[in-house]
Design a protein around this ligand. Structure first.
Ligand SMILES: Nc1nc2c(ncn2[C@@H]2O[C@H](COP(=O)(O)OP(=O)(O)OP(=O)(O)O)[C@@H](O)[C@H]2O)c(=O)[nH]1
Ligand SMILES: [Mg+2]
Length: 459
């Protein structure tokens, strides 16, 4: 058997890792399926987030950290979130070139992610890319991101350790830190320590930290100085990371749980909005509501409450006429020779028989075979005067009917009747497995006998 993509990722295959991250970046359904499959293999990597203003030397720092980690024999995955690059090419090259010293090292995997084009949020895409690297067995995953937007802050906040990088310069930099990423820093790094003003910058951060109250035993972020281009201060940074990791272990702090919460909330919000847009609002309706808010016809709270009310109403109304979605339940095939039919469908196609049942009223025996989310029903006549026996005698074995499951069969029949659909059964009757069933005439169903089925209400 050829190994699946998830198998290959777990085995550390770089091409599979690249493919997996692309699926996630493309928001492909396969990406979600992949995350489901690899998730149990994750949770071992240590995630290091590196953020800071553009050009602070983050990539250089990540490159140097990687070299040190490799010296220690640890494998490294790198996710560089690049704000300026489109889907491919462009500025991505900048980071690639800087990190190319590791290009030939199989213990290092480098990936750039574009900031644009993530419908469901950059933070989720990045965190899932990190999951892929984690599943692939990388000991450490370094995530580089420019600390500008909320997305970037979220990315770093959910890493196991957050490193905020700054450079000596004007007082503006300190203001910038104050404004956003101060709270998320576990370690401050003043890079470009070879430049004028590094000490002043470090002192300014220390002064800010001194304003806060620190409980005994609480982690107070250290302020380190590095010169990434020359590789200076990198060991000390790694030691600070290790110290933080030990502190986390001893204090029982688990970012894993924070990460889980962030992921779940983010995913729920994303799924919910997607559901609202695709299932609740009419096409173009969202734009209309936005116009109304912009024109002050309605306020956003009222608009949101109204959408929420409709969404929850629609969800609760699954059994009402508004929720008519029928699901294909099974395809019924009339067979003349059940043993041969099973030899084909069960043995040759590999479908499992999950039930066989005699339906006395119909004088048939039905064999149900699992076929994905729907099933096959092989119908064998048990008496010569049964409908199936007559069907086979008249037309030979073949497609007999298809069955759709509905939540409310009475409502479904009423809906069909209102549309002048020709019904064989105007009201439901008992069928197999204690279900209620009703047939629609083939003349209204494009030549196919259609059965509707409502499962018994589960106790
Ligand atoms: N003088 C000096 N220059 C440095 C140092 N570290 C990095 N640089 C230089 O600063 C520039 C930017 O470095 P990068 O590592 O690309 O910075 P970055 O933060 O990753 O940049 P973006 O990803 O574009 O935001 C490069 O020219 C580096 O060579 C340092 O310690 N001292
Ligand atoms: Mg960079």
């Amino acid at each position: 058997m050829t190994p699946t993509l998830s198998d290959r990722i777990v085995a550390g295959d770089p091409r599979a890792i690249a493919r997996g991250i692309s699926l996630i970046e493309d928001e492909a359904p396969e990406g979600a399926a992949l995350v489901r499959r690899i998730f149990a293999s994750t949770g071992r990597a240590y995630l290091i987030g590196v953020t800071g203003p553009p050009g602070a030397g983050k990539s250089t720092l990540v490159d140097r950290l990687t070299a040190e980690l490799r010296t220690d024999g640890r494998t490294v995955g790198i996710v560089a979130v690049d704000p300026t690059s489109p889907y491919s090419g462009g500025a991505i090259l900048g980071d690639r070139v800087r990190m190319q010293s590791h290009a030939a090292d199989p213990g290092v995997f480098i990936r750039s992610m574009a900031t644009r084009g993530h419908l469901g949020g950059l933070a989720r895409a990045t965190s899932e890319a990190a999951l892929v690297l984690d599943a692939a067995g990388k000991d450490v995953v370094l995530i580089e991101t420019v600390g500008v937007g909320q997305d970037e802050v979220d990315i770093v906040r959910t890493a196991d350790v957050s490193i905020v990088t700054v450079v000596p310069g004007t007082g503006d930099d300190v203001q910038a830190i104050k404004a956003g990423i101060m709270e998320i820093a576990d370690i401050f790094v003043v890079n470009k320590a070879d430049r004028e003003g590094a000490d002043r910058m470090a002192a300014a951060i220390e002064a800010m930290l001194a304003l806060q109250h620190w409980e005994p035993g609480e982690w107070k972020p250290p302020v380190l100085q590095t010169e990434a281009t020359a590789g200076k201060g990198i060991r000390a940074l790694l030691e600070a990371i290790e110290a933080f990791r030990r502190h986390q272990a001893s204090s029982g702090e688990v970012r894993q749980r924070d990460r889980a919460e962030f992921r779940l909330r983010e995913l729920l919000a994303h799924r919910f909005v997607q559901h609202v847009e695709q299932r609740v609002l009419e096409p173009g309706e969202l734009g209309h509501v936005l116009d109304e808010i912009a024109e002050r016809v309605v306020d956003p709270y009222t608009a949101a409450d109204e959408i929420l009310r409709r969404t929850l109403g629609a969800a609760n109304a699954g059994r009402q006429p508004e929720g008519p979605r029928a699901r294909l339940d099974h395809v019924g095939i009339a067979v003349a020779d059940p043993a041969q039919a099973l030899a084909f469908y069960r043995d040759a196609l590999g479908l499992d028989v999950h039930a066989s049942e005699d339906v006395g009223s119909q004088r048939v025996r039905a064999h149900f075979l699992s076929a994905g989310s729907a099933a096959l029903e092989l119908l064998e006549a048990t008496a010569e005067d049964s409908a199936i026996a007559k069907f086979v005698a008249r037309r030979g074995p073949g497609l007999h009917h298809i069955t759709f499951e509905v939540d409310d069969i009475v409502a479904a029949l009423a809906r069909l009747k209102a549309r002048q659909v020709k019904l064989i059964d105007e009201s439901p009757r008992p069928g197999a497995e204690a279900c209620l069933v009703a047939f629609v005439h083939p003349s209204s169903a494009h030549g196919v006998l259609v059965e509707l089925k409502q499962r018994p209400a589960s106790a």
